[in-house]
Design a binder for this molecule. Structure first.
Ligand SMILES: Nc1ncnc2c1ncn2[C@@H]1O[C@H](COP(=O)(O)OP(=O)(O)OP(=O)(O)O)[C@@H](O)[C@H]1O
Ligand SMILES: [Mg+2]
Length: 394
């Protein structure tokens, strides 16, 4: 019923929770082979054996987290000898906080906040597993957030060597890596004990995206809210972004826009307006997980690029403009130090982290009059970076 007016207390959402990112869908389609591989890997744990380690790899929004959550739901229900721990490495970015999460999952409460060493936490985890004869499977979700300062190596090493330091413990790891083009090389001492089964999560095809989004809309909205034509527009945008998350966010934001207009159905304009926000989802999520110093570096780079870009528009060539958006490491550090008061060691570590998250390119070396110098550039559009930062203060 396009054009019909919504009363102030009416809504288009029949089940709003279906559009939240942590929702685990009842119908999880097109991922049968990945789910079979996951079950194959964890099955030894059902017979009291150490499970195989697994690495789930694929671009954002391809169902990696959902597949592991589904497998964990089944284990929690049917495998009393197994304890699962799903850890979000974006929220817990150090070995200490990750093991605190695992401790909490096992013992039921967080370890005391101060004065407890890492070793003590590991001792307690191992003791709990051995005494209760349980096998632990840890999912390290978005493990790329641990690639700075070798934290991923430290975490994997501690988990996978636990049976040597604490005899009798059986722990398996499922690492989830969001981005198949990330080339992180694990430390050799970790590589030799991790040896994971790799499960690939390819992007969904257009038809698959349409099926999933249509299903979600049917369950989540009232009838008549989303027409086939408008659904196609949403699928086009989702396919362009290559991320199903964007599509689900588009459904939610478009419906909110329609409600704002007091309309009972979503229009193409509602979708177009929503896409401005939805397409930045991934970038916003990454930026939101950064510390204030790292955000300061991005903000300086972006603001300088915008300023230089505006100068460049006064008649200079396109090629020149691209070069102008880079900063030398020295210049950037001076501005960083002025705004944060932090020193070079911290700055260097932060640059490294931003580079491993592929937010910046920090490997550009140029020959200049003063010899070689390192140049830093954003890997995203500077306007988008500033836009994605807006919800938090710069
Ligand atoms: N096959 C599917 N059927 C139904 N919903 C799906 C399917 N795959 C993914 N989803 C939904 O898409 C959203 C993103 O999926 P998920 O979080 O599992 O992706 P991901 O691969 O872990 O992404 P990221 O790398 O960004 O963490 C979730 O809301 C999930 O419910
Ligand atoms: Mg995920």
């Amino acid at each position: 019923m396009p054009g019909k007016t919504l009363l102030w207390d009416q809504t288009l959402f029949r089940r709003g929770e279906l559009f939240e990112f942590d929702h685990v869908p009842e119908h999880f389609v097109h991922r049968d082979s990945q789910q079979r591989s996951l079950i194959f890997g964890v099955r030894p744990a059902l017979r009291g054996m150490r499970p195989l380690n697994i690495l789930c790899v694929g671009p954002p929004g391809t169902g990696k987290t959902t597949a592991v959550r589904k497998a964990f739901e089944e284990l929690d229900e049917h495998a009393p000898g197994v304890i699962t721990a799903h850890v979000n490495c974006q929220a817990s970015q150090t070995r200490y906080t990750i093991f605190s999460q695992i401790f909490q999952r096992l013992i039921g409460h967080a370890p005391p906040t101060s004065g407890v060493s890492f070793k003590k936490i590991l001792d307690e985890i191992a003791k709990h597993l051995v005494q209760n004869e349980k096998i632990l499977i840890v999912a390290l979700d978005d493990i790329n957030y641990l690639f700075h300062e070798k934290e991923a190596d430290n975490v994997l090493y501690s988990l996978l060597r636990a049976h040597e330091t604490h005899p009798g413990t059986k722990i398996g790891v499922i690492a989830i890596l969001s981005d198949d083009s990330l080339s992180y090389v694990f430390d050799p001492k970790v590589g030799s004990i991790f040896l994971p089964e790799e499960i690939l999560f390819p992007r969904y095809a257009w038809d698959e995206l349409k099926g999933i989004l249509s299903d979600r809309a049917k369950l989540g909205f009232y009838p008549g809210v989303l027409s086939q034509d408008v659904l196609d527009v949403i699928v086009d945008y989702t396919s362009e972004a290559g991320d199903l998350r964007v599509g689900i966010d588009l459904l939610k934001r478009s419906a909110l826009n329609a409600e704002e207009r007091a309309s009972t159905s979503i229009s193409e304009d509602d979708v177009r307006l929503a896409y401005k926000k939805s397409r930045m989802l991934h970038l916003s999520r990454m930026i939101a997980s950064l510390g204030s110093g790292e955000q300061a570096i991005l903000a300086i780079l972006a603001m300088r690029a915008v300023a230089k870009g505006q100068e460049g528009e006064k008649g200079e060539g396109e090629e020149k403009k691209m070069v102008e958006t880079e900063q030398t490491a020295g210049d950037l550090y001076a501005a960083f130090h002025e705004s944060t008061g932090l020193g070079y060691t911290r700055f260097h570590a932060m640059l490294h982290k931003l580079a491993t998250l592929r937010l910046i390119d920090a490997e550009i070396a140029t020959e200049g009059v003063h010899g070689r110098s390192r140049r830093i550039a954003l890997k995203y559009d500077s306007g988008d970076v500033l836009g994605a930062m807006q919800p938090r203060s710069l």
